[in-house]
Design a protein around this ligand. Structure first.
Ligand code: IMP
Ligand code: MG
Length: 172
């Protein structure tokens, strides 16, 4: 059995998400904001984030499948679920669980830009720098992690551990 090393507790997450939600709320006060969650990992973070915000926002989801398994990222990325809302001339915020190499995000940014949003920014629960391969910038980040494979709070390893309410480092 892999060992789980605690990184962030439920309380830590609550403070980090609240702070980020406040920043987003003040930046988007008079905007037509659309939050686009990246399935599956971001479903927990997005649901907490939106309930801590005090501005209105519409919500949509996209899903990208990266052909890699376990803890490896792949450069072969495909979109398996596109947007359903019309984002033309809207302020769009992509909500991701974790940015690692940045390749998924780069792909999603190019896809969403083709619909001509008024603005497009990135919010990630965790920004992990260790394996970054692109220059994508995360505009709103709750927590910066230097290294390791993290699970819990929506993040999985082989589809397990998403249900955990804290973040853990997986020691294989
Ligand atoms: P990318 O390498 O930035 O393209 O990340 C692709 C996806 O891999 C992320 O959206 C996550 O779903 C997943 N991922 C990357 N690092 C981790 C991690 O430490 N734990 C769990 N999932 C991860
Ligand atoms: Mg993801």
């Amino acid at each position: 059995m892999p060992e789980l090393i605690p990184v962030l507790s439920k309380n830590d997450i609550n403070s980090l998400v609240t702070r980020t939600a406040q920043r987003i709320s003040s930046d988007y006060r008079h905007h037509d904001l659309i939050l686009i969650g990246v399935l599956k990992g971001a479903f927990v973070f997005l649901s907490d984030l939106v309930r801590c915000m005090d501005v209105s926002a519409q919500i949509d989801f996209i899903r990208a499948f990266s052909y890699g398994s376990g803890d490896s990222s792949s450069e072969d990325i495909r979109l398996t679920k596109g947007i359903e809302l019309d984002i033309k001339n809207k302020d769009v915020l992509i909500v991701e669980d974790i940015v690692d190499t940045g390749l998924t995000l780069k792909y999603l940014i190019d896809y969403l830009k083709s619909y001509h949003p008024k603005s497009l920014k990135i919010c990630a629960f965790i920004d992990k720098h260790e394996r970054r391969k692109t220059d994508v910038a995360v505009d709103y980040c709750c927590y910066e992690a230097a290294e390791g494979f993290l699970v819990g709070y929506g993040l999985d390893y082989g589809e397990d551990y998403r249900y955990l309410s804290g973040i853990y480092r997986l020691k294989l």
